[in-house]
Design a protein around this ligand. Structure first.
Ligand SMILES: Cc1cc2nc3c(=O)[nH]c(=O)nc-3n(C[C@H](O)[C@H](O)[C@H](O)COP(=O)(O)O)c2cc1C
Length: 248
């Protein structure tokens, strides 16, 4: 099969964690946001917002929240993807409709999904323009502070950030699970092939060894197992409750 440029861009993805000191232009930002907006959106609700951050003071604050990852501050632009029901709440209030449905789990999932679809469209658009990206979930480390810094209203949840800019590194591609571990045919297969997982662990261990000059000894399954033992970002549930998201 002939691979087209879109698929080539998709298959060449790697997160970029070091950017050149060059801001994105307004025109680039517009193309990126319009590409994000072109994504499918559940029931046409468009339940997300994108906040472009180029103010050095705000970037510095977000970096501090995000475990001091330098690329949160040093990039061409930092975008925050917000699962956002606030706009639709305003519409409900203006039209005299009850907005109770916005508090449901279903609507929260819709908003989270919409934010993801839009973000991934932006990521692919950016990479197709020769830019690099890194998603930043760690803006959730202090969800209240992130929300305060960005002046978010109720009904809005800052899901993740995305650093975008001109790459100043060319990391190796991170290996993915074997096709058969992800793809199921007609019905779910609960028994992954242990040998292929072992082979994958070996590839991941080689990748980390190479990326860190032998410093990091880790397999994929050990990473997953470690993560299971760690309680994580406990403030998220109360945040969602306080902001009227996913309550019913
Ligand atoms: C929602 C989300 C949040 C992420 N948060 C971070 C982050 O805070 N810091 C970081 O360095 N990478 C972050 N990443 C990037 C992942 O670590 C990365 O995509 C994964 O390890 C695979 O590597 P690759 O993107 O280079 O293929 C995040 C990715 C996603 C999808």
């Amino acid at each position: 099969m002939k691979i087209n440029p879109v698929i080539e861009t998709l298959l060449n993805h790697r997160s970029i964690r070091k950017f050149k000191d060059q801001a994105l232009t307004e025109k680039q930002i517009r193309i990126l946001v319009e590409s994000a907006q072109a994504a499918s959106t559940s029931s046409y609700t468009q339940s997300y917002s994108i906040i472009g951050v180029d103010d050095p003071k705000i970037k510095k604050q977000l970096r501090a929240i995000a475990s001091d990852q330098a690329y949160v501050e040093q990039n061409g632009c930092f975008f925050v993807f917000v699962a956002d029901q606030y706009r639709n709440k305003m519409i409900g209030e203006t039209s005299g409709e009850s907005t109770a449905v916005l508090n449901t789990t279903q609507r929260l999932l819709v908003a989270l999904g919409d934010a993801c679809f839009a973000a991934q469209n932006m990521a692919v658009a950016a990479e197709s323009m020769g830019l690099g990206i890194c998603y930043i979930g760690s803006i959730q480390n202090d969800i209240d502070k992130t929300s305060e810094i960005l002046h978010l209203p109720d009904f809005a949840f800052p899901f993740f950030g995305m650093a975008v800019g001109y790459p100043d590194q060319h990391p190796e591609k991170k290996p993915r699970l074997p096709f058969a571990a992800i793809y199921h045919h007609n019905r779910y297969n609960p028994a992954p092939d242990q040998n292929s997982l072992k082979a994958y662990d070996q590839r991941v261990a080689d990748y980390y060894r190479m990326r860190t000059g032998g410093q990091r000894e880790e397999t994929w399954t050990s990473q997953i197992a470690d993560g299971l033992g760690r309680p994580y970002r406990k403030a998220l549930k109360p945040y969602l409750e306080r902001h009227h998201l996913g309550l019913r």
